[in-house]
Ligand binder design. Sequence first.
Ligand code: ADP
Ligand code: MG
Length: 247
Amino acid sequence: MAKAVLKTKGLCKSFGALQASKDVSLDLRPGEIHALIGPNGAGKSTLIKQIAGNIAPDSGQVELLGRDVTALDTVARARMGLGRTFQISALAMEYTVLQNAVLGALGGRGRPFHFFRNVMKDPELLAQARDALERVGLTQDADRRTADLSHGQRRQLEVAVALTLKPRLFLMDEPMAGLGAAGSKALTGFLDGLRQEAPILLVEHDMDAVFALADRISVLVYGQIIATGTADDIRANAEVRRAYLGE
Ligand code: ADP
Ligand code: MG
């Protein structure tokens, strides 16, 4: 089997008395979409944040491309090739679409105050930004103010921002949230193609999208992974049906 690009080993994280992650071990393999599902409050976002480096686990490790990154910060992990979209949008609403994409290409380098004067003239960053916008179908919207985009277009822009750094793998926390049927379908098609270039750990509530896309699905309930398997395995799993699908 191909070597995992991402591994978590026994991650534990508590907030006071609440155990948000209990001994979570999972991996992400080349070419795959691994979906993480579970009820609200199950600990999906907490897990994503530990993988990205936003919060430190109480115990356990995160391995990225074969290297223990548990002690590294978010910027270091992003530079290693970890791409990310957020459950809550991280876009600068007053900036244009292109400016947001250039900020993405900047990848946390440089100072925001010098942003407009210097960075927006950098041909390499501009090319990376325009390329990413084209891939998600936002070329026509490059000069629009981000606040004026539709919700679906903003989600596309978030993916484009992540793409600018040419990530080796992606973490996506509910990318379909708030998209209509057409938007979900378009994004599903895009993610389907993206997996070959960069495998995706996908947190998603839209079960149609999950069952359509996921090579494997892990089910998180009260901070614990109760099952990992193919879509068919998960659909047929009695414990999952009781705990999550509400049967
Ligand atoms: P999910 O993404 O699966 O809905 P979260 O990971 O956001 O779940 O949250 C898991 C649990 O941890 C929830 O009960 C939530 O209230 C709690 N939690 C998350 N972040 C914090 C925090 N920073 N401080 C305290 N409790 C938190
Ligand atoms: Mg969440």
